[in-house]
Design a protein around this ligand. Sequence first.
Ligand code: ZN
Length: 133
Amino acid sequence: MLREQSFSVRTTAREQILLITPDVQGALSALTLSDGIATIIVPHTTCAISVNENADPDVPADLTKALRALVPKVRFAHGEGNSDAHFLSLLIGTSLSWPYRNGQLILGTWQGIYFIELDGPRPARKVTVYVNG
Ligand code: ZN
């Protein structure tokens, strides 16, 4: 049986990287105390989820600048004007599969789970954690 737990992320800038490891761990802990693989998704098309350094706040700021620089200088047709955000969401991805043991995410010392806003600010982005069992 697939079980799920969701939480919201509020963003305050157009591009913003937020550490959400405690929120993901909290959702996972509410679902299970066993071992397995969790799937964590953002059900949106202009944000993303990934894992990177959890210590130095300069890293998210640097990555935000680098992501912005990755957007090609092409003429986008999409009328919402946020094709750059769709493009980066496509590159980074909207889901993670991550192992857990005794209901605890197995992360490297310097790893944290990033919520990556690409078309904010938004009052309530959704993140959902799924487990089997
Ligand atoms: Zn759009």
